[in-house]
Design a protein around this ligand. Structure first.
Ligand SMILES: NC(=O)c1ccc[n+]([C@@H]2O[C@H](COP(=O)([O-])OP(=O)(O)OC[C@H]3O[C@@H](n4cnc5c(N)ncnc54)[C@H](OP(=O)(O)O)[C@@H]3O)[C@@H](O)[C@H]2O)c1
Length: 248
């Protein structure tokens, strides 16, 4: 499908994992891609090449989403190179998986700084520009843990619940020109999840009605839908891509 032909997309945290899959899927749908990363320039360059191999333009853009000024400068650089931004995907995220007793203030602040504040800074910087231009679509990445309370991932779960709420507030603020939606994936084997045990993985698979893990491509497909005209009358919504895990 070429639902994003001629569009310009900026994907945060696109150097690997789910962000990489989103960048490639949006490119396959016709978009040129700005690839944001924090530290991993080597992999960001590799994703840019994978996008170019699909016949689209791509460039990596380093920026720490926690820094408002860095985010604004990145948006300027992306617009300077591509002309504008039509689609923003707020994918960059971190997790400290640890029991409540081990959750330090530093870990709490770091989690919220990336997952919530960073998403807010990027949405505000791009949303205002989209509003002043020809509109656009923003897609946020939350998590099933935004819907489930997990005492072993307490800051992360709270931050992802905040993403679901922010999605609604931003959707109201930037309507009617800009749609804001969210995708909440289940456990997906990426670098972020490299530490989980075989027992955790087996238990998760067993507890999932569709009896498998999410893939980065499952989430990318939902993002592509929400970014496209097929979702033209959808805003403020969150799609759970979790194989039915939260259906309890
Ligand atoms: N994997 C899962 O099971 C799962 C489930 C539900 C939701 N999610 C969500 O999906 C998203 C992607 O997860 P993932 O598993 O693909 O993670 P990942 O493999 O750990 O990749 C994280 C990405 O975020 C970037 N990043 C981290 N901090 C950043 C910052 N301050 N500024 C800019 N970029 C930053 C990283 O950049 P560098 O490479 O440069 O460090 C990297 O590209 C996250 O929001 C996560 O919470 C993941």
């Amino acid at each position: 499908m070429n639902r994003l032909e001629g569009r310009i997309a900026l994907v945060t945290g696109a150097s690997r994992g789910i962000g990489r899959a989103i960048a490639l899927r949006l490119a396959e749908e016709g978009a040129d891609i700005g690839i944001n990363f924090l530290t991993d320039q080597h992999h960001a360059e590799a994703v840019a090449q994978e996008v170019r191999d699909r016949g689209r333009r791509a460039l990596p853009f380093q920026a720490d989403v926690r820094e408002d000024r860095a985010v604004r400068e990145m948006v300027q650089r992306v617009e300077h190179f591509f002309g504008r931004i039509d689609v923003l995907v707020n994918n960059a995220g971190i997790e400290h998986e640890e029991p409540i007793e081990a959750t330090t203030g530093e870990h709490w602040d770091e989690t919220f700084a990336v997952n919530v504040k960073g998403l807010f800074f990027c949405s505000r910087a791009v949303g205002g520009r989209m509003e002043a231009g020809s509109g656009g679509a923003i897609v946020n990445i939350a998590s099933r843990f935004g819907f489930l309370g997990d005492p072993n991932s307490i800051a992360y779960g709270a931050s992802k619940a905040a993403v679901v709420n922010l999605t609604k507030a931003l959707a109201k603020r930037y309507a009617p020109g800009v749609r804001v939606n969210c995708v909440a994936p289940a456990y997906t084997p990426t670098d972020m999840m490299a530490h989980v045990s075989e027992a955790y993985m087996a238990g998760t698979q067993e507890a999932t009605p569709l009896k498998r893990f999410a893939t980065p491509e499952d989430t990318a497909a939902a993002v592509a839908f929400l970014a496209s005209g097929d979702a033209a009358f959808t805003t403020g919504q969150t799609i759970l891509v979790d194989g039915g895990y939260t259906l309890k």
